[in-house]
Ligand binder design. Structure first.
Ligand code: SF4
Length: 441
């Protein structure tokens, strides 16, 4: 089974939407770490992934090294394949850490919210200063060192206006794959959703243009990938610092026995590999590109089995755009992976300018790429979206019965004091936001 380790709750940033909650000082001891790593192939898996989460995992670089070396020994003993992944804010990366990642083939997901204006809205340092320059430097330490790097971008209603520019910028910096997630417990007004839809269509048009010009640019939510041996869904368990087990990293929260996360635990390391494997099989999270993702459901509705309207809407929207892109890209090979040098600025600007105009063509289902010379420059600002709310979203919302909505609201109210306390401490601009479900009646 795949194992994700929460090495520490400490972090040098104070992101407003951080679901790790308060950055208390608990960290994983070696005895817990060793037992957690030994779960990796205990169920007979031929392929398993060890990943690191936090807090900021590179604050525990020695522990990470120990875990990777132990996991490598276990894989070699069984002739199994070990995959490694780490999610980091990038601010602590240096040559030694990147050489380590490269030597072990570790895929590094850099959390960065895009261009400076977007990134600075939610991801300050713990002291309140901007983390953008340190994060940007980390991005280039990774790319220049040859590490397998992708970007994880969180989208909030406040960062929506920057989405297409941010994705374009990350591609131009040399990132091939950009992953996205939404701040699901924010208030997503109709105009935010409409604007996000327009931004994603613009991203889609640029993705098509770049892929046709031979680039491997990809927004993961819009990419139609064939499953590979490594990407096939596998059972996964997340091990918190004291050995408590969770189905999914966002559910760990503060990992407090008295917190809402305690009800999501699926066991403890002391249960032993067999019982843990059973528990993971019967109570694991399950992910399906956002539409039926249990952790996304939990983050929006406080229930892992009740997907929220925003998550469902986003899943359907991405599926629709993904299908349009796939139609246009049938003849273009999937990204090959590996290092790509930053894109030439002039070419990037031309392709970026194609995005808005190209999105209209993409939506109209036209098969031909517009000739580059005819592509108009990117407008200074986006035109107001021509359509009303996304139909499918409206349908999904109508399907929710009033009692069900009331129950979801009640669950969120119960959680609210915790999050407000956490986010208030972190100076979150979302504090005091209305309940996101209120506008969905
Ligand atoms: S979301 Fe931000 S504050 Fe939370 S662990 Fe990641 S980098 Fe740290």
């Amino acid at each position: 089974m795949d194992v994700c380790l929460v090495l520490t709750h400490r972090c040098n940033l104070a992101c407003g939407y951080c679901y790790a909650g308060e950055h208390h000082g608990r960290q994983m001891e070696d005895t817990v770490l060793d037992r957690a790593v030994d779960l990796l192939f205990s169920d007979g898996a031929e392929v398993a992934q060890l990943s690191f989460f936090g807090g900021e995992p590179f604050l525990r670089f020695a522990a990470m090294t120990r875990a990777v070396e132990r996991a490598r020994r276990r894989a070699d003993e069984r002739g199994a394949e070990l995959l490694l992944q780490c999610t980091t804010n990038g601010t602590l990366l240096d040559g030694e850490r990147v050489r380590f990642a490269v030597a072990h083939g570790m895929r590094v997901t850099l959390s960065i919210d895009g261009v400076r204006e977007a990134h600075d809205l939610h991801r300050p340092r713990a002291g309140g200063a901007s983390s953008f320059d340190a994060c940007h430097r980390g991005l280039h330490v990774l790319l220049d060192g040859g590490a397998r790097t992708d970007a994880g971008m969180v989208i909030s209603p406040q960062t929506v206006p920057f989405v297409s520019r941010s994705v374009s910028w990350l591609w131009s910096e040399g990132i091939e794959v950009v992953r996205t997630s939404l701040v699901l417990d924010a208030t997503w007004e109709l105009q935010d959703r409409n604007e996000l839809r327009e931004q994603l269509w613009a991203v889609a048009a640029e993705m098509v243009a770049r892929r046709r010009s031979g680039e491997a640019a990809e927004l993961e939510a819009l990419a139609d990938r064939r499953p590979t041996r490594a990407s096939r869904p596998r059972p996964q368990v997340v091990v918190a610092t004291d050995g408590d087990l969770y189905p999914c990293a966002p559910m760990v929260g503060e990992d407090r026995a008295a917190g809402p996360e305690a009800g999501l635990r699926i066991g403890h390391l002391s249960d032993g590999p067999e019982r843990i494997a059973e528990s993971v099989a019967s109570r694991g999270a399950g992910c399906a590109r956002g539409v039926a993702c249990a952790c996304a459901a939990y983050l929006e509705t406080a229930s892992r089995t009740d997907p929220g309207p925003i998550g469902v809407w986003y899943g359907h929207l991405c599926a629709r755009i993904r299908a349009a892109i796939a139609d246009q890209l049938r003849e273009v090979a999937a990204p090959r992976g590996g290092r790509r040098r930053p894109f030439l600025i002039g070419l990037a600007a031309a392709v970026g300018g194609a995005a808005i105009a190209g999105s209209a063509l993409l939506r109209a289902g036209l098969g031909d790429d517009p000739p580059r010379a005819a592509i108009p420059p990117r407008p200074a600002r986006l035109e107001p979206p021509p359509e009303a709310a996304d139909d499918r979203s409206a349908e999904a919302e109508r399907e929710r019965k009033p009692e069900e909505l009331e129950r979801l609201r009640e669950e969120r109210r119960r959680r609210r004091p915790d999050r407000v306390r956490i986010q208030g401490r972190l100076h979150d601009p979302l504090v005091g936001a209305e309940d996101p479900l209120d506008d969905l009646d």
